[in-house]
Write a new protein. Structure first.
Length: 130
């Protein structure tokens, strides 16, 4: 039997990363994310603590914060992120560490073009508009 390979982030397991504080985790991410975490660590810690209390009560975690960087304390949470007209639900996995919540909730959809309307082409110019 094959053993399932355990996920590691920069040589550390999820359990080891969860023991770190938010500012300590910032040392393991690239510079752009590190800067964001260090500037907004209070906002991130507050979001994580509120989310944990909501999970304990059995409530859904809905947020408009698209700019929060995903930290190890969030792994395993089911979060719904606002995308302009609704919420996109997803579960946070280890591969998402260091990314922002908004990256997993696209705001733009693929355009589906229909057929041309009456009057839009020369051939349909003289048809009745009824």
């Amino acid at each position: 039997m094959e053993k399932k390979k355990e996920f590691t982030f920069r040589g550390m397991t999820i359990e080891e990363l969860k023991k770190l504080e938010v500012r300590e985790f910032a040392k393991f991410v690239p510079s752009r994310q590190r800067r964001t975490i260090l500037r907004n660590f209070q906002k991130i810690e507050e979001f994580v603590s509120r989310s944990k209390t909501k999970m304990e009560r059995g409530k859904k975690i809905k947020t408009h914060y698209r700019d929060i960087v995903i930290v190890p304390a969030m792994v395993g949470m089911n979060i719904q992120v606002y995308k302009g007209n609704g919420f996109t639900p997803f579960e946070i996995t280890g591969e998402m560490l260091g990314h922002k919540l908004g990256e997993f909730s696209p705001t733009r959809t693929k355009i589906k073009h229909g057929s041309a309307g009456v009057g839009s082409t020369k051939g349909s110019k003289h048809k009745s508009k009824k």
